[in-house]
Design a protein around this ligand. Sequence first.
Ligand code: NAD
Length: 289
Amino acid sequence: MGFVGLGNMGEPMVRRLAAAGHAVCGYDVAERARERLADSVGVTLANAPADVAADADVVILMLPDSNVVEQVLLGDGLLDRVQAPTVVVDMSSSEPARTRALAERAASHGVTLVDAPVSGGVVGARAGSLTIMAGGSPDVLATLRPVLSVLGSKIVHAGAVPGAGHAIKALNNLMSAAHLLASSEAMLAGQAFGLDPAVMLDIVNGSSGRSGSTETKWPRYILPATFDSGFTMRFMVKDMNIALQLARDAGTPAPLSRAAVAAWTTAADAMPPGADHTEIARWLQRAPG
Ligand code: NAD
């Protein structure tokens, strides 16, 4: 199988696929990313993205965004090298409309492209416990299940329209980002009042204010001040903007979403480019009230 994008998510995913017995041919534009997998049993490294298509039954992409996905598939010629019945699976968090256009373009070459983005972070990628949300033909998803089940413990068909997975992925992250911002504001107010943050989390996590942010992000990354979830603020803002565009296109109301995107964008602009998304809590401490 071919795999392009050996970053925070791609690297552990490739390791799992190789450990499960798949022969993986990987590529990343960054030498540092390729070097991390150089000694991995079952992994060969290609010199160009299009080369991962040779002998591949599946080609997986785990790239930053739609710009890079299009660069690799169209600019670097990977799509031209893929021959049916090989399936291209974009597991990146990409833009649904651009995914749909790519799927149509692939189909005109006789190649199937499906979207199968993930949730669960680097921890989930290492453990093979990702949630995978797939768009496109359910029959194609059925053929991919043996591969995807190495990576995820929950695999859901999001819809038959190509891009359905990418749509719900972006919407999920919009919700997640809004929860993290709201819970961070509440945690700061509680601490300023004199409450113990650990006690606050204990109470909220047994109450209706709980979310993935209070159950996981605050105790695991923010309270111990490690800020090392492996998911950057830059990517969170990208996903929120994709979701907001969906709302704009549909004409659905989004006042809270717009406010959340504005706050996250200000935070991301104020932080170094690689800042972890959990640093929103740290930024908030310094933000004007
Ligand atoms: P990352 O930046 O760590 O990895 C992306 C990799 O793509 C990098 O190694 C980079 O060198 C490579 N790349 C960039 N341009 C390239 C090109 N032209 N050709 C080949 N390789 C190229 O990102 P990540 O955190 O692994 O995230 C990947 C995708 O998964 C993103 O869309 C992100 O939104 C999504 N995602 C990330 C997480 C997370 O927790 N990190 C969770 C869920 C979804």
